[in-house]
Design a protein around this ligand. Structure first.
Ligand code: HEM
Length: 440
């Protein structure tokens, strides 16, 4: 009798604590959402999206309003996903799946990028413009102009994970040009899982439902009411998750195809050094009236580095293998890349060339597409005096629309990413400051 009273009392205490924590959690999430996500959604205006019809751009479903609506929706969904992804429901405060990083003192902040959250390293670089016929009137300056740059190497997995698992890697290059900067945001996978921003929004809705379901407490939790309590709780939570995601079931077949393409991109990505990958812009750009995509490919440095760039077997098996590899190679010398551009093929329609991303220009065109080198990139030997901290690396804001004069990202996904990155990077930086303040 005494024992059963004790068990019941203990269970009640656990339930009270758990629901207390849940209330605290969801109140904090609501506060952060109201303060830092909803204002970003409402800040989107007509001026945030522009198209150049003369270069073949067209609005999603021929409607600017439709595209603006999807952009707002994505900011809302991704903001909520960021607030949810790193939240463990039964903790007294926001905790992240990478809490070890925080407790080990490597991080004192919480909300990471929604995409490419794991930075392997930010490194300094030199970006030198090459003379070329592709941009006869120059490109980020005339031939032989050298700019300082910063490169952020990343992995795209939405939850930071082990580098020993296949995954699409990213490289964002910020070229520093006095009072202007030009960002190149690239990934190792040349395809994108969806052609346009609406398809991507559906992928997010599915991801959010999955995330919402995954934070339903474990059925083996200490509920005093047993499995039936868990079942009803889970059913209620699952229905709520599906309703909140606002997913239209008619979009299911296309969304399933996108999910499969997304997974194929991950699975096909080899596990190798960041210095051995090609990186692709994926989306097209215009410089004045010239339409192109760009790629960054490994190159031989003028001053050779005796250290082998390729992964050692230990690096390939290590959860931080990419960072270890960057550190090892750059401790001994430099690593180099070429920036190449490819012109828009003339034998495919505007819609195919500009607005559709599931297949690449090389796959769509019957022409053999030539690459022209327009710049060289040198990452010099690492020096402790100029090393970029992981906090500075995570607080960097890259945006494919932060460009030198005359450039314009093209296509539904290219142009929509500009306000999305802008608002969501502000959100994570402002929300992290809020969390630091309340935890002080
Ligand atoms: C509609 C489509 C897309 C959406 C909604 C999206 C969303 C995002 C968001 C929210 C971030 C984090 C921004 C920040 O907080 O600073 C990000 C980063 C990133 N995205 Fe995208 N993205 C899209 C398409 C693409 C494409 C086509 C590429 C291919 C190049 C790409 C590559 C990257 C990379 C490499 C980063 C990390 C940038 C960095 O290191 O700072 N994304 N994306």
């Amino acid at each position: 009798m005494k024992l059963s009273k004790l068990v019941a009392g203990g269970a009640l205490l656990l339930v009270t604590q758990a629901s207390f924590a849940t209330v605290e959690q969801s109140a904090l999430r609501d506060t952060l959402d109201a303060l830092y996500v909803q204002d970003k959604v409402t800040s989107i205006t007509d001026n945030d999206l522009t198209i150049r019809e003369d270069l073949g751009e067209s609005w999603l479903n021929d409607s600017k309003e439709a595209e603006l609506k999807v952009v707002k929706d994505i900011i809302n969904q991704l903001g909520k996903l960021q607030l949810g992804t790193y939240v463990v429901d039964d903790s007294p405060a926001l905790l992240t799946y990478i809490s070890e990083e925080i407790t080990s003192g490597r991080q004192d902040y919480y909300i990471l990028r929604d995409a490419h959250p794991k930075a392997h390293q930010c490194v300094n670089a030199y970006f030198t413009v090459e003379y070329n016929n592709f941009f006869p009137s120059g490109f980020l300056g005339n031939g032989n102009v050298q700019h300082d740059a910063i490169i952020r190497f990343s992995s795209s997995n939405p939850t930071p994970g082990s580098d020993a698992i296949n995954g699409v890697r990213g490289a964002a290059i910020k070229v520093l040009m006095g009072d202007q900067t030009h960002d190149f945001v690239m990934q190792t996978e040349p395809h994108f899982p969806t052609d346009n921003v609406e398809g991507f929004s559906n992928l997010i809705k599915v991801g959010r439902t999955r995330n919402c379901l995954s934070i339903v407490p474990d059925p083996d939790n200490q509920s005093p009411f047993g499995p039936l309590f868990d079942f009803t709780y889970q059913l209620r939570k699952s229905t709520q998750c599906l309703a909140e995601s606002d997913f239209n079931l008619l979009d299911l077949p296309e969304t399933v195809a996108s999910i499969m393409r997304f997974q194929e991109g991950f699975e096909d990505s080899p596990i190798k050094s960041a210095f051995d990958f090609d990186y692709f812009s994926v989306t097209p750009y215009a410089y004045e009236d010239i339409v192109f995509k760009y790629e960054v490919s490994p190159a031989t440095c003028t001053e050779p580095n005796s250290e082998d760039k390729s992964f050692t077997s230990a690096e390939a098996a290590d959860s931080d293998g990419l960072e270890n590899n960057i550190q090892r190679v750059l401790a001994e010398g430099s690593a180099c890349f070429d920036l190449n551009v490819v012109a828009r093929p003339t034998d495919i329609s505007d819609k195919d060339a500009i607005e559709m991303l599931v297949t690449t220009w090389d796959e769509k065109s019957s022409q053999v597409l030539e690459r022209v080198k327009v710049a060289s990139i040198v990452i010099p030997q690492l020096s402790t005096s100029t090393e970029i901290s992981s906090l500075a690396c995570d607080e960097m804001r890259n945006n494919n629309g932060r460009n030198a004069d005359g450039f314009k990202p093209l296509g539904s996904i290219g142009r929509s990413r500009i306000p999305i990155y802008d608002r969501l990077s502000s959100f994570r930086i402002e929300a992290n400051q809020h969390l630091r303040n309340i935890n002080q």
